[in-house]
Design a binder for this molecule. Structure first.
Ligand code: NAP
Ligand code: G4F
Length: 362
């Protein structure tokens, strides 16, 4: 039985990865940081929390002693570093904390592995946000970086630390440059979940309007369950490397809103431009989406689109869920969670949460 240590197990990817590894026969040690309000709901949703192969352990990525203690106590074969301050907007208001957690924290963990058991295989969660003001489209492993946020800068430090540990110490450190991946378990501050939740609530009369920032930003959105499979494959490869995981298609925030509202039974018509643009319900004529310039970022990443050819060729990885199905899955989950009566559910709603295993065999 292999043992895996996942940092940031309470986050979206941590929950899906823990479920995947348990289904593959691993013992999973899930690192969570102490807080006054614990966030174990994702692990509970995927039936991981009480699983006999799963164990929670207190761990803070910024504390080297904390990493040494986990590594020596549990002797993992694989470490997945998913912990981060991962919200780009917050990185502008908390740049130092973001750098310490998402940047220096990753290097601290790599050093803990190097100084304790350097044969451990390590996955570093790198980000498409490192491409920022993109130099080429689509982006792949050879595209130059130009981060546009303190988060992107911190992730770039962590990425190069991963590459450096691989080259300097011959450690097995894989870096996954992942494009946006979402699910019903996504944090509510991220735009897809914010939209899915609002579409459900507005259609049920529980919310009047949805306020969004830049409607025209485009992202390459995939399903988190598919992406954690790619992380695992990177650590099973014959040699450590850097891989892009993406779908190869890009969708604007406005188009994602169209998809989500349609799944909640509402067609949107867009009127106006810039900060005056609004989304109107085609049936009622009511404005349900509006722009709030306060949600614009100091620097924006306009368009991301990835080219995952290397992952497909060398890892046999291919995303299964396209953006339209993702929006449908996320909106259906919102209806499920508010306990909406069947009559209020949108037509042909999907099961609320798809585990990685079902997603891959669908
Ligand atoms: P997430 O939901 O925000 O989860 C982040 C996790 O990190 C949470 O469990 C959080 O704990 C934990 N954490 C934060 N600070 C910590 C610290 N000092 N010590 C230990 N744990 C800490 O993020 P995600 O979407 O699952 O993403 C997983 C990783 O992939 C992140 O590194 C993210 O930057 C990266 N990534 C994500 C995407 C994406 O589209 N999802 C794309 C590319 C890269 P709390 O629950 O206590 O906050
Ligand atoms: O959902 P977002 O906050 O995700 P973002 O900034 O692309 O970052 C996510 O993906 C990265 C990988 O590419 C990860 F590394 C990172 O950890 C995170 O998971 O915003 C997506 C886009 C942005 O352009 C933003 O300006 O949506 C735009 N947007 C428009 N209105 C909004 C909103 N974003 C948020 N969060 N909230 C809004 O109201």
């Amino acid at each position: 039985m292999k043992t895996a240590f996942i940092t940031g197990v309470t986050g979206q990817d941590g929950a899906y990865l823990a479920a995947l590894l348990i289904s593959k026969g691993y013992r999973v040690i899930g690192g969570y940081r102490r807080s006054s309000n614990q966030t174990f709901w994702r692990l509970a949703e995927l039936n991981t929390l009480a699983h006999p192969s799963f164990c929670l352990v207190e761990h803070d990525l910024t504390d080297p002693h904390s990493s040494f203690a986990v590594l020596s106590t549990y002797q993992p074969d694989e470490v997945y570093n998913l912990a981060a301050q991962s919200y780009v907007t917050a990185s502008f208001s908390q740049p130092s904390a973001t750098a310490q957690i998402s940047g220096l924290g990753a290097q601290t963990l790599l050093e803990a592995v190097r100084l304790s058991r350097r044969e451990i295989r390590v996955y570093q969660a790198s980000s498409a946000e490192m491409f920022g003001k993109v130099r080429a489209s689509p982006q792949d492993e050879l595209t130059p970086f130009h981060p546009r946020s303190p988060y992107g800068v911190a992730k770039l430090f962590a990425h190069w630390s991963a590459v450096n540990h691989r080259e300097a110490y011959e450690m097995f450190v894989a870096s996954g440059i992942l494009f946006n991946h979402e699910s019903p378990l996504r944090g509510e501050e991220f735009v897809t979940r914010k939209i899915a939740k609002a579409a459900c609530r507005i259609s049920l009369g529980a919310q009047a309007r949805l306020r969004l920032g830049n409607l025209h930003a485009k992202r390459d959105w995939g399903f988190a369950g598919d992406y954690v499979e790619g992380m695992w494959r990177m650590l099973q490869a014959p040699k450590p490397d850097t891989f892009v995981l993406a779908t190869g298609t890009t969708t604007s925030v406005r188009e994602f809103a169209d998809l989500a509202f349609l799944n909640a039974g509402m067609e949107l018509i867009w009127r106006g431009r810039g900060a005056d643009e609004v989304g109107v319900c085609a049936t009622s004529g009511r404005t349900v989406v509006e722009v709030d310039p306060a949600l614009y970022r100091p620097a924006e990443v306009d368009v991301l689109i990835g080219r995952p050819n290397k992952a497909e060729r060398e890892l046999g990885w291919r995303p299964q869920i396209k953006v339209a199905e993702l929006a449908k899955m996320m909106v259906a989950a919102e209806f499920h969670w508010v306990g909406a009566r069947p009559g209020l559910l949108p037509e042909a709603s999907t099961p609320p949460i798809r585990s990685p295993a079902t997603a891959l065999t669908a």
